[in-house]
Design a protein around this ligand. Structure first.
Ligand code: ATP
Ligand code: MG
Length: 444
């Protein structure tokens, strides 16, 4: 928290004429909620990313509302309202597929997905907030938020902005700054370190020197965060169109090591840079898909991020005489079991991820009926995309990926030709890079 006493602070009030937020850019449903609150005599504020993004001329992902109405009062006011969260209850007002989140002002921030229950604010030994069911005033609500640019309030009663923390100046300067003492705020909730990276990359902002300074040192605190919460954060970091930059920045601040320790080890020990090239290509292609509104899946993302540790593990097992496909299966199981102690990976993504791996050696089998059978596999497309990335990163021959590209578009006649030439093709599924230490996946 700030060293200043929040109640002693009066906000800067920016009248409608002096800012660019227009109701035309706020979703109709968010406006409905704001006006209903206003008409019932409650304080109706738009806050958080919605205000920040509108001020920047960007399209907000969603609209968060803050008010002095209590959860029970919200439930009485909105029929389409569900209260969520066991400890600190938030109201979700449902309009078809759009959810408007309404939070009662509070004095401190509860880390999401934390299951503890209790009545007061308590800290664990490291300063992490475990329980905080304390409602607060508007000022307190402003000071418990993370970054100054996330703590601007738009008042639908007179269309003014309220700024308690210098957020508007920071926004104009493109500066991401934690409210209060950075070390304290990260200890309260270490996920704020990941949020700093996410907003810096997403908005193209600089992280203020004071906000940046403690990160490398405090990164290990992420070990205390529930894996399910980290999974959610990882999706926001890697599947929102700026994954490659997020990856580089997470590594820079030693945060990546906390999330994917085996991958980080592979990245630092592999002298030829292949894993880095491969992950960078995977993230760049995922970013491109997001920007084209194509679907992306956590299964493919995690397959890419964990590939090198899986390959290395499989190579070790093969060296002990385990059959290649069995080695790959076991390696994937082992790496995934280890990984999910850090970051959750729901079964519905882990299963297709492992299928992507298991199909890789099958691409090298180009004779007989096997290729056409593989083509009709429900996971073919994802596995093929993965193969193309491996080829682009120089892990397998380009020729192999090209052959599968052609097979997909070929008519029956052309397929027969491809299949017959395949039996004469050099057995070159795998390309040998000089001085490579691990060769996990070999064609049969
Ligand atoms: P976006 O929705 O674009 O990802 P956002 O800023 O709206 O960004 P949310 O996670 O939706 O982020 O949170 C809404 C607001 O709640 C934030 O702007 C911030 O004010 C506050 N907030 C969220 N998480 C935290 C946290 N861990 N610590 C303090 N405040 C937080
Ligand atoms: Mg938001």
């Amino acid at each position: 928290m700030s060293t200043q006493e929040p109640s002693a602070i009066s906000p800067a009030i920016i009248p409608r004429a002096d800012h660019n937020i227009s109701r035309a850019h706020i979703s109709e449903n968010a406006l409905k909620v704001l006006y209903r609150l206003k008409n019932a005599g409650y304080e109706p504020y738009l806050v958080g990313g919605g205000v920040r993004d509108l001020l920047l001329g960007r399209e907000p992902k969603d609209f968060d509302i803050a008010t002095n109405a209590r959860p029970e009062e919200l439930q009485a006011l909105f029929r389409n309202c569900r209260l969520i969260g066991r400890r600190f209850r938030l109201a979700h007002v449902h309009f078809g597929s759009e959810i408007v989140e309404v939070a009662t002002f509070r004095a401190t921030q509860e880390p999401a997905h934390d299951e503890d229950e209790g009545a007061d604010i308590t800290h664990d030994g490291s300063g992490r907030i475990l329980r905080d069911n304390v409602y607060g005033t508007l000022e307190q609500d402003a000071f418990r938020r993370d970054f100054t640019v996330n703590a601007l309030y738009y008042d639908v009663r007179d269309f003014s902005l309220r700024d308690y923390v210098g957020g508007l100046d920071d926004l104009r300067a493109g500066l991401l700054r934690l409210i209060g003492d950075a070390g304290t705020r990260y200890r309260e909730d270490p996920v704020r370190m990941l949020r700093a990276v996410r907003f810096a990359v997403k908005l193209g902002f600089r992280i203020h020197a004071d906000t940046e300074a403690p990160i490398k040192h405090l990164a290990p605190l992420l070990a205390d965060i529930p894996p399910a919460r980290l999974f959610e954060e990882i999706l926001k970091l890697f599947l929102a169109g700026f994954g490659l930059q997020a990856f580089e920045m997470l590594r820079h601040y030693r945060l990546f090591d906390q999330l994917f320790p085996r991958t980080e080890t592979a990245l630092t020990t592999e002298e030829q840079g292949f894993p880095h090239t491969f992950i960078a290509k995977a993230l760049a292609s995922t970013d491109a898909r997001v920007l084209e509104y194509k679907p992306v899946t956590p299964a493919f993302l995690f397959a890419a991020l964990l590939w090198e540790p899986v390959r290395q593990q499989a190579a070790g097992l093969q060296a002990q005489g385990v059959h290649p496909s069995e080695a790959l299966r076991r390696a994937a199981d082992e790496i995934v079991s280890e990984q999910i102690t850090r970051v959750a990976l729901p079964r519905r993504f882990a299963t297709p991820m492992i299928e992507i791996y298991q199909m890789q050696p099958r691409f090298a089998q180009r004779e007989g009926k096997r290729p056409l059978r593989l083509l009709s596999h429900p996971r073919f497309r994802a596995a093929y995309d993965f193969l193309v990335l491996r080829a682009e990163a120089g892990e397998v021959e380009r020729e192999l990926a090209d052959w599968w590209t052609q097979l997909q578009v070929a008519d029956a006649e052309a397929q027969r030709t491809l299949l017959s030439t395949a039996s004469h093709a050099p057995q070159a599924g795998h390309r040998r890079r000089r001085r490579r230490r691990s060769e996990a996946v070999r064609p049969a």
